[in-house]
Design a binder for this molecule. Sequence first.
Ligand SMILES: [Zn+2]
Length: 343
Amino acid sequence: MPPSADFSIHYPLQAEPEPGGCLEIMPGILWLRVPLAGSLAHINLWLLDDGDSWALVDTGLDSQDCRDAWENLSAVVLPDKPVGRIIVTHYHPDHIGLAGYLGDKFQVDLSMTRGTAERARFLLDNKVDDWKEAIEAFCLLHGIKSVNLYTDFITGQRYRKAVSKLPGQIAFIDHEQSLTIGQYAWRPLVARGHAEDHLSLFCPELNLLISGDQILPVITSNVSVHFNNADEDALDEYLASMLRFSQLPEDTLVLPSHGRVFTGLHNRIARINASHERQLTKTYELCATPASAWDMAPRLFERRLDDLNLMLAFGETLAHLTYLQNQGKLKRQFNKETCYFSR
Ligand SMILES: [Zn+2]
């Protein structure tokens, strides 16, 4: 059925947990929330009944707030049944930040996609000098003026403050490997575009989708091209992943990482796709005057941007420019070593 024009979604649960709290969605499925600083304010985590223990999906940042929230959750939720394994959806700090810490605390294994582990390890490794020249060349190519800020962002200077060390052993999950958690089978949906090999989990029997950041109810997930994935068409990969999610049942209950549990998956996907279409149109219009990706970012995102949001806006601008170029709608011109996108 085509999505309705109003793109409406529904929030079937009356309540939502407070940051640091917990709510049972249905028997064996618990919704946890831990606080985050900044506009996101929280991340949702999930506990899935795994027989004698719980499988935990995502962890929160390695911050004092999140560690305190876990102290409370451990006392309130876990006295009768421990966490038996930790699954991480993707490498972003709010999802993987406490995985190493909680893995140690609960003495359990971590599971994630290989892409998640590799990207997190790269950022945790702190090999800035190995990449300095290549990053400077990338900054010159795309007109990035804040080279030091960009280097800190892309090599993990910020990341290491929010992510605890990962253990040597990690169990990898891939898209072909169904996971049995308790009495249910969960199908991994591995997607790119928001993050390398982002993991979502769908349980056909329960008609539940743990969507991670791939599909959120209110905000659209950042889709970026950066130094580390400069050869990719991240937006094309992200939109292609949406086709796979749109094959799930319309009445799937979606458990997102931020915001509330919702139904209306197909409408939400249509709305996200429409938002990228609008950004693509605006990007194309702005290219009437040739510009570097860095110079175009504040024109595409017309709001005050702090350092982190400026990096995200730059990456998303480059993702839209790259997509249009691959569609044959934009060209790259060079002035010395800097690339200007034009019609
Ligand atoms: Zn994310």
